[in-house]
Design a protein around this ligand. Structure first.
Ligand SMILES: [Zn+2]
Ligand SMILES: [Zn+2]
Length: 354
């Protein structure tokens, strides 16, 4: 048997005793998680800001050590340290072949660790052992000498922040970036701001009304803009129009009012990226399509295809180009996970040595 942390309901978490998993087939491995980092989604459900029915195993960002290996696994052996991505993906279906791993065809759409409907099947990382299917495709080896505390979050939120900026800044070298936070826990928005600075944006503005997040953004070199979300509208006369706006705008907090305004605030041939779509079920959000058309503005949203893109942000964190640590609010030992997760947080890191 093993101890697995479960979300029960708003402000209620519990360690539950569940069976240890065994290898389901020859392509899978079993990993013992050693470092688990909170996802923004965890904070939303624990604080009661997103409906989820418990019990659900928690944890879908992290790294660990392989403790059992299927016979067909060629890239990994027992004892290897690996980063486990949040999403289950097979590596051989058409979407996976195109790099769209978050939309893998071999499993139901929301199949992942520690998140959504299927978490009861795959379990969460805040446990003693998880099965990772299709391990050769799913897993990323930990770079030699990498700090688990820095790289564990690449499994989801740090990579999510990178994809909101990195590829778009490549197309618009030296471009300007506006990130809208406005929603706790807010780590993805903060990572996006930090990435924009690290990747050489000429101006990075982080907008929020929360002093703690504004300070974290400033620590990463972004320009904090302290305002209520409805005040984004008042920025328009100064920044909208054909010559105004930011090359990249990011809706990191899933805030409908912010998203519409960000579309106005996006510059000609710019891109608006929403990493917060999980907060929009059933919401109809006004899109200024004519304005976007006249400025050739594009819009992008969707789950992050971690397995496809993780290598570049992982390398940049490992080489010190980007330091995600100003986003971290708490680092605790494994046994103190519940107390840490019940407090308001931007990022909790739960760790053990072995
Ligand atoms: Zn997540
Ligand atoms: Zn697939």
């Amino acid at each position: 048997m093993q101890q697995q942390l479960n979300f029960i309901g708003k402000h209620k978490l519990e360690w539950r005793e569940v069976p240890l998993p065994s290898l389901p087939d020859d392509k899978a491995v079993i990993v013992r998680p050693l470092t688990v980092t909170s996802c923004d989604f965890d904070g939303l459900v624990i604080q009661g800001n997103f409906p989820m029915r418990g019990p659900k195993p928690l944890g879908h960002e992290g790294e660990g050590v392989i403790i059992d290996v299927g016979d067909d696994v060629t890239r990994f052996k027992i004892g290897d340290r690996v980063i486990m991505p949040w999403k289950i993906a097979c590596g051989h279906c058409t979407p996976c072949g195109r790099g769209h791993t978050a939309q893998c065809d071999s499993v139901p759409p929301s199949e992942s660790f520690g998140w959504g409907q299927m978490a009861n099947i795959w379990g969460g990382f805040i446990s003693d052992a998880v099965v990772v299917p299709w391990a050769d495709f799913m897993l990323t080896p930990m770079p030699k000498g990498a700090d688990p505390v820095l790289v564990g979050g690449l499994a989801d939120n740090i990579t999510d922040g990178w994809r909101a900026v990195g590829p778009h800044l490549n197309e618009r070298p030296g471009g300007s970036v506006l990130v809208a936070g406005f929603t706790a826990p807010g780590s993805i928005a903060l990572y996006a701001a930090g990435w924009a600075v690290a990747l050489g944006a000429k101006r990075v503005v982080y907008a929020d009304h929360d002093q703690d997040r504004l300070e974290r953004a400033a620590k990463m070199g972004a320009e904090p803009m302290d305002l209520k979300v409805e005040k984004l509208r008042s920025l328009k006369p100064e920044l909208r129009g054909l010559d105004g706006g930011f090359d990249i705008t990011i809706d990191g907090g899933g805030n409908p009012a912010a998203l519409t305004e960000l579309l106005y605030l996006t510059a000609r041939a710019g891109v608006c990226v929403s990493t917060g779509g999980v907060l929009y079920p059933g919401k109809e959000i006004p899109f200024p399509v004519f304005d976007m058309y006249m400025k050739s503005v594009s819009f992008h949203t969707g789950w992050v295809h971690t397995q496809t893109i993780i290598d570049e942000p992982l390398r940049l964190v490992h080489e010190g180009v980007f330091d995600p640590s100003p986003v971290t609010s708490t680092i605790v030992d494994w046994g103190d996970a519940i107390e840490a997760l019940l407090e308001p947080f931007t990022k909790v890191i739960i760790k053990r040595d072995k």
